[in-house]
Design a protein around this ligand. Sequence first.
Ligand code: F3S
Length: 388
Amino acid sequence: MHLTREEEAILNGESGPTLQKAMEIITALGDIYKADSLVPIKSAQIAGVSYKTIGDAGLEWISDLEGKVVVPSILNPAGMDLERWREMGIDEEFAARQTRIIEAYRQLGVRCECTCTPYYIDPALASYGDHLAWSESSAVSYANSVIGARTNREGGPSALAAALIGKTANYGYHLDEKRVPVITVHVDCHVSGADFGALGYLIGAQVGADVPMFRLRSRPNDLELKALGAAMAASGAVALYHVEGVTPESDSYQAPAETITIERSQIDEVFEKNCPEEVDLIALGCPHYSAEELEAAANLLEGVTMNKEVWICTSRQVRDKNPDAVHRIEASGARVFVDTCMVVSPATERFGCVLTDSGKALKYIPGMCGVGAGLASTRDCLKGGDID
Ligand code: F3S
């Protein structure tokens, strides 16, 4: 891989041990994936924030780093709402260690807004054609597919390394040739809302890390694209997809000859197979809810009282800009938690079965929380709370 004289100097330790370590991570990945050079990035989104997932070793690693990030950098969800953690059932020891992780990132100049939907809080973080180093898989999918930016699915350490250097290795989805679709997904029915999570859940398992091109009968909105990409990134490793006539790069490609056809019965089957009899937590907001989704939930909960625990996860900024929706949601007994989610928080582990409207959460909750999970539309999830 070609390095400039300045990059070589950083690698040789001339800018200190933190930047040397960061450059070692980036160049090691570049060598493995045969990158030709480094490419400047517009922003970084850094996973590896929840104490549940990184533990003491991760805390120690971040705390040992010095200096500041050189591009706008933002954190993925943490293991708790940084203010309302007691309400989630988080214990003091976990809270103390989680707080230290956040402080360690803050010392490095990272914005401690913990969200997997950074595009809702600062559109300047990613625009069409920008190179990024983002790590949360649904954010990566959204950036590549819906925004038309370019990022690999970075690990937490490599995203942080890229944030410190301001560059990442130029391979994978940074290159035109890796963005070409290789399989067409023909969806032979109308799909809407949570159907997109079920569709992504099905397709990710079939295509793995390939780039699919969707042919749909209806035109999905950005919320539906968010749900589709998140589910495909969880059941498979899809980091980029196209939707004919909808996503920004789709016009550049022909639909590939190899085709998968999906029918209504297959989507219905995902809901039927994942319809638990007993649910004790309803968890929405994977990926973090937008203002529009909060408003829709508030409308569904208007004038009702929930008799089950209901969490709605969003970013702090979306919550703060929508106080009326939050107030109406919480009047029902449901709670709006920020900075965290039902997958990366240990608080979910005390429940028996979680009902969600997200194909991604359906896939991850059993594996990461050891808890059963079911899938339903947002409306049906909230009905599952036995609205009085
Ligand atoms: Fe976001 Fe957590 Fe889902 S990080 S995509 S809400 S698993």
